[in-house]
Design a protein around this ligand. Structure first.
Ligand code: SF4
Length: 373
């Protein structure tokens, strides 16, 4: 366990959470089942030792909020096909580089000679385009609502500057339709959600109202510091004890109820929403897709390059889907830590810095031992 900057507050919160969780679990006749939506929170649970510090009366179900883990095989295949074109530079974030495609990953394609570059922001990709006017530069855009504003800003900038050798292969995904699909599936028993602080900073807490009002699950938005997470967990347990079902915000220093209006306006000016999309491990998710508006079609790589519509061939073991949906823990996968490791990942969940399997592998002292996280 790492040393906490706020150790006294962490200890005080755990002392309040533990008896409350035990009391609720006794009343329910089973552990309280909390889904932390975001992979960043999954890693926080292990990094800060909460899996060991919190009682077994709380069971964390790891949610689908890792954009790399849900990246379809077809997207990797499309990006590799584009990178194989003459005079083309493909750019993207570091995380997707090792995600398996049908026959290879972006990293393997780069090793075979494709010009694929890792950038920290889409604006860096635009800079590469301005420095390479005789090449087409494509940015593979992934991520939930958190990263959509920076893609929107980059497209707006490219249009304003009249740059004609830059385009975006848009594979953003929206969180709320994904959560609603998960709840509608009814495959898992959940008592409540810890909401992701970064997505919430963009979309605001009001966006989660359907979780409480339609699906009758409480949700509390949390930041990523130990105290932030525990405070949200405590608020969630208080709701369960009082029989309330509301959206609450335990990260008010960053998140408000309406979201970042500037970011939302930038997104709305560039993207259309409402398309059903097929995601790795989740299948078809209604309304989750994001398309570049016709006004920006000159910057839409899917129009520019017409990448293959062939569905990618999923090579991943079926366990990945079960872990992604919270139906199985990573260390309940028979391949975990034996055949599937970060240096040789069989599934995207072992690749991403937010993947649940990568978190278990990195932080579990005994990788064979099941725990309540
Ligand atoms: S350990 Fe590997 S194969 Fe098993 S669920 Fe995780 S990523 Fe998939």
């Amino acid at each position: 366990m790492r040393e906490f900057r706020d150790a006294a507050r962490v200890q005080a919160l755990i002392q309040k959470i533990a008896p409350l969780a035990d009391e609720l679990a006794a009343a329910f006749g089973r552990p309280i089942q909390i889904m932390e939506v975001c992979g960043g929170h999954t890693h926080a649970i292990f990094r800060y030792g909460f899996a060991q510090l919190l009682p077994h009366s709380i069971e964390f179900i790891h949610g689908p909020g890792c954009p790399v883990c849900v990246l379809p095989v077809k997207v990797i295949d499309e990006a590799i096909a584009i990178s194989a074109k003459a005079d083309t530079i493909l750019t993207t974030f570091g995380d997707p580089m090792r995600v398996p495609g049908t026959s290879q990953s972006l990293l393997q394609a780069k090793a075979h000679g494709a010009d694929i570059r890792v950038v920290y922001s889409p604006l860096d990709a635009l800079t590469i385009a301005t420095k390479n006017p005789h090449k087409q530069v494509v940015f593979l855009a992934i991520g939930f609502d958190t990263t959509m504003p920076s893609t929107a800003l980059t497209l707006t900038t490219a249009k304003a500057q009249g740059i004609n050798n830059f385009s975006v292969l848009c594979h953003h995904i929206r969180l709320m339709p994904t959560l609603e699909a998960l709840l509608a599936g009814g495959d898992i028993q959940l008592d409540g959600f810890i909401g992701p602080g970064h997505v919430s900073m963009v979309i605001g807490t009001d966006a989660y109202q359907p979780v409480a009002k339609v699906h009758h699950k409480p949700l509390v938005v949390a930041g990523f510091e130990p105290v932030d997470f525990l405070l949200a967990l405590y608020q969630l347990l208080i709701q369960l004890k009082e029989g309330r079902c509301e959206t609450e915000n335990a990260y008010a220093r960053v998140v408000n109820h309406r979201g970042n209006l500037t970011a939302l306006a930038a997104m709305d000016s560039v993207f259309d929403y409402g398309e059903d999309c097929q995601w790795r491990g989740l299948g078809w998710v209604e309304n989750s897709g994001v398309r570049i508006k016709p006004d920006f079609s000159a910057f839409d790589a899917s129009k520019h390059f017409s990448p293959s519509a062939e569905p990618g061939i999923q090579q991943e073991p079926c366990y990945c889907q079960q872990v992604l949906k919270g139906q199985r823990k990573p260390n309940q996968c028979p391949l975990f830590a034996k055949h599937c490791k970060p240096e040789h990942p069989l599934g995207a969940l072992m690749v991403s810095s937010e993947g649940a399997c990568a978190a278990y592998y990195q932080y579990l002292p005994d990788k064979e031992t099941g725990i309540h996280g």
